[in-house]
Write a protein that binds this ligand. Structure first.
Ligand code: ZN
Length: 304
């Protein structure tokens, strides 16, 4: 899947590789849904490709492995022995995960070429895990590469940050995101521009058939202060609690608009405060009475 907003950074990475300035530890920072993991995979597959040197040297090249060599066929089959991906859902990345990566790096390559390890969301490393990773970072080897991704670089220890080549990944032109989404038949939703920085998040919502639900949440948010019946809203949030963040984001955007239109700053701050409390209660209080919390929030916003 080609993500057009990554072209420039792909070219820069290819250039730094061919000019031998390529750092053995790459850190990709950027918002959720910008394509950091996709870029990591592209880079890893390119580093593993046996034709990497001729391939990367083409002018204006984007990261695309040759797709023909033995290594590429292993990649395509999804079981390249010289590639290791660490992805964790929810919990933290522990010291055992990092030791497994070190072991992997220390063994010789099955294809006599490079070896690449990807760690997605590396801010999830525990302190012990980060310390263990430092050892790997401090002992670079010519044919071993580490690719880290994070949406929370501020949570990373300075010792890790200082030993990686950091690249900020972002959607530089909203037009490229918009066109890409249109190619997936995603258009027409008023709220889409709020997420142009995270096109893959929108794509994920499409795959999960969430777009209509999110549109409904958006409409609820625009009429929230004036409505008294929250049954449908509560229904959606009950079924998909993670959408509460999207709903509060929509409300927060509304408040920003009202501030521009003349709402006093005190009132704005109070309203954002009520919103933050609502979100906190929803994510932290078990067994929260959602219908009550929603109508309290509407009441609070009406009276500000
Ligand atoms: Zn290849």
């Amino acid at each position: 899947m080609a993500l057009p907003w990554l072209n420039t950074v792909e070219q820069q990475l290819a250039q730094s590789y061919t000019s031998q300035r390529f750092h053995h530890a790459q850190l990709f920072c950027g918002p959720i849904g910008v394509g950091k993991f996709s870029l990591s995979e592209q880079l890893a597959n390119s580093l593993l490709c046996q034709n990497i040197n001729t391939h990367m040297a083409r002018p204006n090249t984007v990261l695309a492995p040759c797709g023909q060599c033995k290594s590429c066929s292993l990649t395509l089959a999804g079981n390249h022995p010289d590639k290791r991906v660490t992805q964790v859902e929810g919990q933290s990345i522990g010291v055992d995960d990092i030791r497994a990566i070190s072991d992997f790096m220390n063994h010789s390559a099955a294809q006599n070429g490079n070896k690449v390890a990807i760690i997605e969301n590396c801010e999830k490393m525990t302190t012990a895990a980060a310390n263990a990773l430092l050892k790997t970072l401090e002992e670079p080897s010519n044919s071993r590469f580490l690719i880290l991704t994070t949406s929370q670089p501020a949570q990373l220890p300075a010792t890790i940050l200082s030993r990686c080549a950091k690249t900020d990944i972002k959607v530089a032109s909203t037009q490229s995101a918009q066109q890409w989404l249109e190619s997936l038949n995603i258009s027409g939703f008023e709220w889409l521009p709020l997420f142009y920085a995270q096109p893959l998040l929108i794509q994920q919502w499409q795959a999960q058939e969430q777009l209509q639900h999110i549109d409904t949440l958006y409409k609820f948010a625009t009429e929230f202060k004036h409505s008294h019946n929250f049954t449908a809203l509560v229904d959606i949030i009950n079924k998909q609690p993670e959408l509460i963040r999207i709903f509060t984001l929509f409300l927060s955007e509304q408040l920003k608009q009202q501030l521009i239109l003349g709402m006093s700053f005190d009132a704005y701050q109070n309203a954002q405060q009520a919103l933050n409390e609502f979100l906190q209660n929803n994510t932290q209080v078990l067994g929260l009475n959602l219908p009550l919390a929603v109508s309290r929030l509407a009441h609070a916003l009406r009276n500000i």
